[in-house]
Design a protein around this ligand. Structure first.
Ligand code: SAH
Length: 395
């Protein structure tokens, strides 16, 4: 070592996860901080015996006290490394650009850029900077994104709660190219208008692309019910796939207005039914009315924001799935999702099995579902997986 650098020394036995290339260092694993690293500074992380484990970004108040940039002692964490990682992440998504103009270009830890998310909608990029480690590299990242994509419009939509956990002030607004206007994107021939300023997440549920495609492929001739429809993603896909009728439910009037606008934008001749209501009440009412559907989508918001909420979330998932299963005609399909990171696929499958049993029906599982390939999970970082789903057929 030629210079004195800040050091994080771990407690005995706490080096195991870094040795397995898990990128997070929890505060409770740290024995001592040597030197005075500031937020976002690069620190050398060593085991209790002093051996090198990783170069990491320090986050002085977060539970995740540091996120690894590199597990190689000889690797320099500098602008060239960050630029190369951004370029590699963009290059990995190249093949998707023929199917759609809405793509996640960078997905945090899975792309070796912990805390950074970048979505592309046409020529508009939206970035989320959600870790202390990303902050010092903002300009480098913006330059790298411009070089890799050619996009000149970049808007920041960082999640305030995620930044707060990292001790960072909220940050939102144009980084390049001024105030954005809604962007038209195309996905397998369906057009959607995305408002990157006010829309959910960065504007659209890009992660459901493959599942929209699956719904489209199975929608022909079916009566569709789309619950928690937001701006109508699954509904539009089902109509494109030949659904004979579609009813969509959401509690948000703004989301429904955009959904109805999407329908016009795509020139579908007959209009769908858009219901502004609470899905829990609607399912109950539909059962009482003896309604039946041939394809139901349940894509609710995150019912379990953390592990503390699992029990309540499990009851909510079970309730909506039980009712949806009863509303399905024999041979009908259910596409059911959970985007709660705290609910594993295994647990979700058990909850749905319970719903099938309590509904008094038989059902087959046809497929397990996940986010699209532009939302990969790093094999050493299972926390990165959040969206899971099942495709069932009522017998
Ligand atoms: N399926 C959507 C994304 C769903 S996001 C897509 O593919 O684009 C969750 C949606 O559920 C939000 O639009 C929110 O307004 C709505 N929502 C949340 N709780 C609800 C409830 N109890 N009843 C109806 N809608 C609800």
């Amino acid at each position: 070592m030629t210079r004195t650098e800040p050091l994080l020394k771990l407690k005995p036995g706490k080096e195991k996860s870094l040795r397995r290339r898990h990128p997070w260092v929890y505060a409770m694993a740290i024995d001592r901080v040597i030197g005075h690293p500031a937020s976002g500074d690069i620190v050398r992380v060593v085991g209790a015996d002093g051996s090198f484990l990783a170069w990491a970004a320090f986050s002085p108040t977060s539970m995740i006290r540091a996120r690894a940039w590199s597990f190689l002692e000889h690797e320099q964490v500098d602008a060239a490394l960050i630029t190369a990682r951004v370029a590699a992440a963009v290059a990995r998504r190249q093949s998707l650009s023929t199917e759609t103009t809405a793509v996640r270009l960078v997905f945090g830890e899975a792309d070796a850029l912990p805390g950074l998310v970048v979505d592309r909608y046409g020529d508009q990029l939206v970035v989320q900077c959600q870790s202390a480690g990303i902050e010092p590299w903002r300009e480098v990242i913006i330059e790298a994104l411009t070089a890799a994509t050619g996009c000149r419009a970049i808007y920041e939509r960082s999640d305030a709660a995620a930044r707060e956990r990292e001790g960072l002030a909220p940050s939102e607004g144009p980084l390049r190219g001024g105030e954005p206007t809604p962007v038209l994107v195309t996905e397998e021939g369906v057009r959607y208008r995305v408002d990157v300023v006010t829309g959910h997440k960065t504007g659209f549920y890009i992660d459901q692309r493959d599942n929209r495609s699956l719904v489209r492929a199975n929608a022909a001739g079916r009566r569709v019910l789309n619950c928690f429809c937001y701006t109508g993603g699954f509904t539009l896909a089902a109509r494109q796939g030949g659904a004979i009728e579609a009813t969509s439910v959401d509690s948000s009037a703004e989301a429904l207005a955009m959904a109805a606008d999407h329908e016009k934008l795509n020139g579908f001749e007959t209009s769908s039914t858009w219901l502004q209501a609470n899905v829990f009440d609607t399912l109950k009412a539909m059962l009482a009315e003896g309604r039946q559907f041939d394809l139901i989508v349940l894509d609710p918001p995150k019912f379990a924001p953390s592990a503390h909420h699992i029990d309540r979330a499990a009851r909510a998932y079970k309730e909506i799935n039980l009712k949806a299963l009863r509303l399905l005609a024999p041979g009908g399909l259910l596409f059911t999702f959970s985007c709660s990171g705290a609910v594993s696929l295994d647990l979700f499958q058990k909850i749905i099995a319970g719903a099938v049993f309590d509904a008094g029906v038989d059902a087959q599982m046809l497929k397990r579902l996940a986010a699209g390939v532009d939302h990969p999970m790093l094999m050493t970082h299972p926390e990165g997986e959040y969206l899971k789903g099942l495709m069932l057929r009522r017998m």
